[in-house]
Design a protein. Structure first.
Length: 125
């Protein structure tokens, strides 16, 4: 069985995640396959999710790193128009009410943001 890396993985400097700004995008291995992910800052907290709509598994950004609706209040799926609460990843409007984006655990300290692998998500080799 391959060794699992569960230690925090460097993602970016805290300053790269601006309130309501563009996402920092990154790749993870989900069950052994590459999967896109993103991190944004909302209410002064860094959050990260797999870049996959809960309605249909499609990447959501309308341009690379662009995930916000016009008011920069919700994460929006550019394909289906689903709106997600940035703090919880829960769909609040659109074709999948109550469904959630898959969250990726982050920790921010010392001016750096790290993400935590899990049984499902691992760093790229």
């Amino acid at each position: 069985m391959p060794e699992r890396h569960l230690e925090p993985q460097a993602l970016c400097a805290s300053s790269e995640l601006q309130e309501g700004g563009d996402a920092v995008t990154f790749e993870v291995m989900e069950f052994g396959r590459p999967a896109p992910a993103f991190a944004v800052r909302f209410d002064n907290v860094a959050v990260a999710y797999l870049n996959r709509c809960a309605h249909v598994p499609a990447e959501m950004d309308w341009q690379p790193g662009k995930f916000w609706d016009q008011d920069r209040r919700f994460i929006i799926c550019s394909v289906h128009g689903a709106l997600y609460d940035p703090g919880s990843g829960r769909c609040v409007s659109g074709p999948c009410p109550g469904a959630r984006l898959h969250a990726i655990r982050l920790k921010e300290e010392g001016g750096q943001v790290h993400w935590y692998p899990s049984d499902r998500l691992q760093p790229l080799s």
